[in-house]
Design a protein around this ligand. Structure first.
Ligand SMILES: [Zn+2]
Length: 350
């Protein structure tokens, strides 16, 4: 099969590799149709990481079932599906209570099976394959992973109707956070440095948008919340921006409010000075959110699929660019260079 393999320099090369085979009666083989580019994928773009050379990456994907093992009953060949790629070892204390998003072996297990979207075929356990209704496209379905990350963060935040919410970052995660908060009856102010992303935020229902390059975002949030600060702030930029956005976020949140960190950190120690005494004296809660898994008895990915199918959230507007697998390097450049290209969600058709 055709696959995009990571190079040591952090780009991709297209190659022919062995098609995966169903390793277990409870597994499914699917043909990938659309894959997305996540912020975490972008953090590895053009980064010298020889240990990732020849790996197949990507973890936002939708496709068609090709074959199923003897023990599979939830999907059958021909079914259109979205594939969940958050997958733990299934045996640890956290997996046992379905908190597989924090499984110690998450990365190893998921990259061995389902987190291999930039290729023609993928295998995984049947429980990770969700049947799509006919009116939900592969492109829309490839955004379900992103929105599931947002839904998990929203669940951890305890967000409720009429809450005042500030979102830092209007990339796919920030816009997803906005869309879910609006669907839940909150008032939302969102900031970014890319004007086209803020325009899209308005279309998705933002009550206020702020270009943080030209305006004082803390003052704007204060004004938006009657001087109090937001009940909940979602940090959705991550990476190199954190030393700037985290201290800023602590100034936007009200006393006893919640600061939810959804944006990702790089591995190793990250030193970010915060006003710890002020945070403590005002009982600000720092909440760190990682991927998604279950909410009560429901799978968060299944909940997002349901919300899209019912038209409660509109993900189509976020798909700004499309490329074929052969053009994956151009797709990554476009996603990376969003200030120029206006990219939000870049779909790779496989
Ligand atoms: Zn586990």
């Amino acid at each position: 099969m055709k696959a995009a393999l990571k190079t040591a320099e952090g780009t991709f090369e297209i190659a022919e590799v062995e098609r995966p085979i169903i390793p277990d009666p409870a597994f499914v083989l699917a043909r990938v149709r659309v894959a997305g580019i996540c912020g975490t994928d972008l953090r590895h773009w053009q980064k010298h990481e020889p240990e990732l050379a020849c790996h197949i990456m990507g973890h936002e994907l939708a496709g068609e079932v090709v074959a199923v093992g003897d023990g599979v009953s939830n999907v059958q060949p021909g079914d259109r599906v979205v594939i969940e790629t958050v997958m733990g070892d299934g045996v640890c204390e956290y997996c046992r209570v379905q908190k597989y998003n924090i499984c110690e072996h998450l990365y190893d297990v998921r990259t061995r099976y389902v987190s291999r979207a930039y290729a023609e075929y993928v295998v995984g356990p049947a429980e990770k394959f969700y049947k799509l209704p006919d009116h939900v496209s592969f492109e829309e379905a490839s955004l379900i992973d992103t929105f599931s990350v947002c839904l998990h963060a929203q669940h951890l935040s305890g967000l409720g109707i009429n809450d005042k919410v500030a979102v830092i970052g209007a990339g796919p995660i920030g816009l997803g956070q906005l869309a879910l908060a609006k669907a839940s009856g909150a008032d939302v102010i969102i900031c970014d440095v890319v004007d086209s992303a803020l325009e899209l935020a308005k279309e998705l229902g933002a009550d206020a948008v702020v270009n943080s390059a030209s305006e004082d975002v803390v003052e704007r949030v204060k004004a938006f919340t009657g001087g109090r600060g937001a009940d909940i702030v979602f940090e959705c930029v991550g990476g190199d921006a954190m030393p700037h956005t985290l201290p800023q976020a602590t100034k936007m949140v009200r006393r006893a409010g919640k600061l939810v960190i959804v944006g990702g950190f790089d591995a190793g120690e990250t030193a970010i000075p915060l006003e710890w005494q002020r945070l403590q004296m005002s009982e600000i809660q720092l909440v760190l959110s990682a991927s998604f898994a279950m909410h009560d008895i429901y799978r968060e990915q299944g909940m997002v699929l349901d919300l899209i199918a019912k038209g409660r959230i509109d993900v189509k507007k976020m798909i700004t660019h499309r490329f074929g697998l052969d053009d994956i390097n151009r797709a990554f450049e476009t996603a990376q260079d969003k200030q120029k290209t206006g990219a939000v969600f870049v779909a790779i058709h496989i």
